[in-house]
Write a protein that binds this ligand. Structure first.
Ligand SMILES: [Zn+2]
Length: 56
């Protein structure tokens, strides 16, 4: 069973990436530096609650 976590840009709050996580072993909030097409630069993306998850 996989849980989908959405990674949102910490600056513009756009939800740019999705990833999967294991709730049983990962309790901390994910943070990854990724390129944000909206900011046009690399920003820290933080996990956000998946209200309406999308893939891709
Ligand atoms: Zn951004």
């Amino acid at each position: 069973m996989r849980d989908i976590a959405i990674l949102a840009c910490g600056e513009c709050k756009n939800r740019n990436y999705t990833t999967t996580r294991n709730k049983k072993t990962m309790t901390e909030r994910l943070e990854k530096v990724k390129f944000c097409p909206h900011c046009r630069k690399r920003t820290t993306h933080k996990e956000t609650k998946s209200g309406s998850p999308f893939i891709g």
